[in-house]
Design a protein around this ligand. Structure first.
Ligand code: TXA
Ligand code: MG
Length: 334
């Protein structure tokens, strides 16, 4: 922990576990450290970073103003998987905020993350510790896969608990807006601060019909495996029948196929690599396993991947947001 603090103070980079995903940390108030983060990830420099803090005083230091609703949310959900967008103070360099006048701030609950921030005294800018475009890392192995040799240290805290990035809420407008769904869902936020909007981009569901998946526009692809991923929606029987038909004919043509299945439906699939993403009874399992499963697809060099849909439930919108992006919004309804 002491060594990690020293690295951060010198402008170096430390990957560390949080309760959501692993973060790639650098000193948020040091523009050179931010530049290093972008370089290590291969991330476009207009995509802003989240600043991680460990006490409320720092929230005031980093922002121009803290509205009542932000305080209420901090009170309820911090430390925890919630990020708030607020007007930035001058002290926060534009390199950290991707040129914006606003700053994203979160207080993580993972003991290692919390202690790293507290003991180093540094506000830690940390995007997810993956190469840009790849699924976020939920274990130290994932971080090493993507960033080994490009950063100064990885703190291995085992597998993360939640497995999907924090909920992002923009508090700079009149109505608070969810910019990224996460573990803290709309209903939970509304129970604390009243009505909350959702960025229409999140709700967009572009459907491309046709049996054979086509590679969608890259701009919609994030968290994406290299293989072609399609979500198949419908009754369990129809989904299994459709997927079995597709995987059988693709395998016959010499392609490698895989199925992302819930625990409940594992036995319904007959062809290809069938992976259990978790039980529908415990959607926290599905959230925690999703990125690891997507990475397994690359490892096994799968060409075509078919996934069940996991809409509904309190984590449904967060899970489907990531899965839809990974699939480039390619959904087949059967
Ligand atoms: O759970 C998490 O939030 C993880 C862990 C490490 O804390 N971090 C994370 O960071 O997911 P990253 O960089 O992968 O995602 C940050 C997201 C990006 O989509 C970025 O565009 C958005 O936050 N963001 C950051 N600052 C923003 C701002 N000022 N306005 C709007 N969006 C912002
Ligand atoms: Mg990320």
């Amino acid at each position: 922990m002491a060594e990690a603090g020293q690295i951060l103070k010198k402008g170096g980079l430390v990957a560390f576990p949080t309760e959501t995903v692993y973060g790639l940390g650098g000193d948020a108030l040091n523009p050179e450290a931010s530049a290093r983060i972008y370089a290590a990830k291969g991330r476009p420099s207009d995509n802003p970073l989240i600043v991680h803090i460990a006490d409320i005083k720092t929230l005031y230091k980093l922002t121009k103003s803290v509205p009542e609703k932000a305080l209420k949310l901090a009170d309820h959900f911090w430390p925890g998987p919630l990020t708030m967008i607020l007007p930035k103070a001058d002290i926060v360099p534009r390199q950290t905020t991707g040129g914006l006048d606003t700053v994203a701030i979160r207080m993580p609950s993972h003991p290692t993350a919390f202690e790293l921030i507290r003991s180093s005294g540094i506000c830690i800018a940390a995007p997810s510790a993956n190469t840009s475009g790849r699924p976020s890392p939920t274990s130290a192995d994932h971080v090493a896969e993507d960033l080994s040799g490009r950063i100064d240290m990885i703190i291995d805290g085992g597998r993360v608990e939640i497995g999907l990035e924090s909920t992002i809420v923009d508090l700079t407008g009149e109505m608070p807006m969810i910019l990224r769904p996460g573990y803290v869902n709309k209903a939970m936020l509304e129970a604390v601060i009243g009505e909350v909007g959702v960025d229409p981009v999140i709700l967009a569901d572009q459907e491309i019909k046709g049996l054979r998946p086509k590679a969608p526009g890259m701009k919609y692809k994030h968290y994406a495996p290299k293989g072609d991923l399609t979500i198949v929606e419908g009754t369990p029987d129809m989904v299994a029948e459709t997927i079995n038909h597709l995987t059988a004919s693709l395998e016959a043509e010499g392609y490698k196929t895989a199925v992302i299945s819930s625990a409940e439906h594992m036995s319904a699939y007959r062809t290809g690599m069938v992976v259990n993403v978790g039980s529908r009874e415990q959607e926290t399992q599905i959230a925690a396993n999703l990125y690891d499963v997507l990475r397994q697809m690359d490892e096994a060099q799968i060409d075509y991947i078919y996934s069940e849909s996991f809409a509904g439930g309190s984590l449904g919108s967060a899970i489907m947001n990531r899965l839809l992006k990974a699939a480039g919004h390619h959904v087949m309804r059967v």
